[in-house]
Design a protein around this ligand. Structure first.
Ligand code: ADP
Ligand code: MG
Length: 255
């Protein structure tokens, strides 16, 4: 039932997505046309400045349209998952250097990796995209710098902790926390919707968190968001422990 609900959610997201992309793409084409009009005027009036401005406007919008299409492709590609057993500690350790490059000097990356972490089963390439999306959001939420922590731990969710959306059981938690601007409740309520963004046109596509949600749901996991305006945001990803909840298997104590 969980997988079916995830698939239904995915289909709905893809449906909303194609409509939204067409709209955004069309807007960008309008801007390209406006730029070309300007070029035409500039050429006719021998106005080199207008010509240059028109060319830049057109090139800029074509670049944005290309980015939009790339993200759309990434979004649809997630249907081709290649799930394998993964140690999230290893994956995070391997990603630390590229993530530091993305975050820049002003943001400190702090991995906190629990010992004896259970394995999970997922497509590692997809999880890398997830972490990149979250790092980019964090960077945008901390323009003046700050700290990004990435913490792993084993945890068991009972029925109350799992809530109606998730199954109780053994999970690996991957928590990504920033010290950025945070989100008010009215933003928080919509962030998983494709194309929801508070960023300027052309700056955000609004696809990041919906992709995160889709990838994690397809791996049988779920995502929780905690955010305090002015203080920061924590994204908690729960992925089911590979092999289920067999406590005898490795003797790991309950967290
Ligand atoms: P985008 O980044 O393109 O806007 P996302 O789906 O990644 O799209 O995020 C949607 C919105 O959620 C953002 O526009 C922003 O308002 C909010 N958001 C996401 N991550 C964070 C964060 N770490 N801190 C504050 N706000 C965030
Ligand atoms: Mg984003």
């Amino acid at each position: 039932a969980g997988a079916e609900a995830a698939r239904a959610g995915l289909l709905e997201a893809v449906g909303q997505l194609s409509g939204g992309v067409a709209h955004d793409f069309n807007n960008l084409l309008t801007v390209v046309l406006g730029g070309l009009d300007l070029v035409e005027l500039g050429l006719a009036g021998d106005d080199a400045e207008a010509t240059q401005e028109g060319l830049e406007q057109a090139r800029d919008s074509v670049g944005r349209a290309a980015r939009l299409v790339r993200q759309l492709l990434a979004f649809s590609r997630r249907q081709l998952l290649d799930p394998r057993p993964v140690d999230l500690n290893r994956l995070v350790a391997a990603l630390a250097a590229p993530l530091r490059r993305v975050l820049g000097e002003a943001i400190e990356l702090r991995p906190v990796l629990a010992e004896g972490l259970w394995l999970v089963e997922l497509d590692a390439a997809q999880l890398e995209v997830v972490l990149l999306n979250l790092a980019l959001n964090a960077r945008e939420a901390m323009p003046a710098g700050g700290r990004l922590s990435i913490a792993t731990r084993n945890t068991r969710l009972d029925a109350a902790a799992a809530g109606p959306q998730a199954r109780p059981g053994a999970y690996v938690e991957l928590a990504i926390g920033d010290t950025g601007c945070g989100m008010p409740p009215e933003v928080l309520a919509h962030v998983f919707e494709p194309f929801f963004t508070t960023k300027e046109v052309g700056q955000g596509t609004g696809l990041g968190l919906s992709e995160v949600h889709g990838v994690i749901a397809q791996s049988g996991g779920h995502v929780r968001l905690l955010s305090t305006p002015g203080h920061g945001t924590e994204v908690r990803i729960y992925l089911p422990r590979l092999g289920g909840d067999d406590e005898a298997e490795d003797g790991t104590e309950q967290a």
